[in-house]
Design a protein. Structure first.
Length: 254
């Protein structure tokens, strides 16, 4: 990642990460170097033990990352960049696209048997993006959880972005369910899903325009090796990397 880009992102998220100066004990490690080190791990997908010494001791940087993740500060940093993006975006503000993408997770304690990878352990990234392909809402789940079951969680999170606006959500045939559409409608969303021929043989074939945009969003996030393959053990740790990758993407799109 370009160093100037990483430093620009740091200056935006720095107030959110609540840098506190301690008056007792050992001096605090430089939080900026720790943040840049975290981005280095995110981009290259390396073990924490392989982190260059320039960024600090691997245990210190990892500890800082987990502290920010568990305190919800990575989520707040993402939301701060997202708010900045939405304030400057020209995208359609009542249209989203959603889909999931599975990846290998050899160490994750929240993984499930991936039906698309010979039942090997895997996890699933769930994304809701806008018409420009900007990742606005993200969650993670075991690979064996059906796409439709992760959608309502995404919509609950998305409701905070546009609480009083009816939003159309383009999706593939996995979301073509009357029960799911009703649950989404109760939340103020209209599911425009591709026709599932196994459920409705005599129906008119529907192919939502622009749904493929979310595929490009997944592809971009997979450029980060710590996102393309889940090396994290916990869902909080992996979600933190996914949110950081989305933060970088949104910052570039502003």
């Amino acid at each position: 990642m370009d160093k100037n880009l990483a430093e620009k992102i740091w200056h935006v998220v720095m107030p959110v990460l609540q840098i506190i100066k301690l008056h007792r004990g050992r001096p605090q490690h430089n939080p900026k170097k720790a943040f840049l080190g975290i981005l280095y791990v995110l981009e290259n997908g390396i073990k924490w033990s392989c982190l260059p010494r320039y960024y600090g001791a691997k245990s210190t940087v990892h500890g800082k990352y987990m502290k920010w993740v568990l305190a919800g500060l990575i989520q707040k940093a993402f939301e701060a960049i997202r708010a900045l993006y939405l304030a400057n975006s020209s995208a359609f503000n009542n249209w989203y696209a959603t889909d999931t993408s599975s990846c290998k997770a050899p160490y994750a304690n929240f993984s499930g048997k991936n039906p698309t990878d010979r039942a090997k352990r895997g996890v699933k990234k769930n994304i809701l993006c806008d018409s420009r392909g900007a990742p606005l809402v993200l969650t993670v789940a075991p690979a064996n959880r059906h796409d439709s079951k992760t959608l309502l969680e995404l919509l609950d999170l998305a409701k905070a972005i546009k609480p009083n606006m009816l939003v159309i959500v383009a999706a593939d045939s996995a979301y073509d369910s009357s029960k799911l559409k009703k649950a989404a409608a109760d939340r103020g969303f209209v599911i425009h899903a591709a026709t599932n021929k196994r459920r409705r043989n005599d129906s008119t074939i529907i192919r939502p325009k622009g749904r493929w945009i979310v595929e490009g969003c997944h592809s971009w996030l997979n450029n980060f090796r710590a996102v393309k393959t889940c090396f994290a053990k916990t869902s909080q740790s992996f979600l933190g990397f996914v949110l950081l990758a989305a933060t970088v993407r949104l910052f570039q799109m502003i």
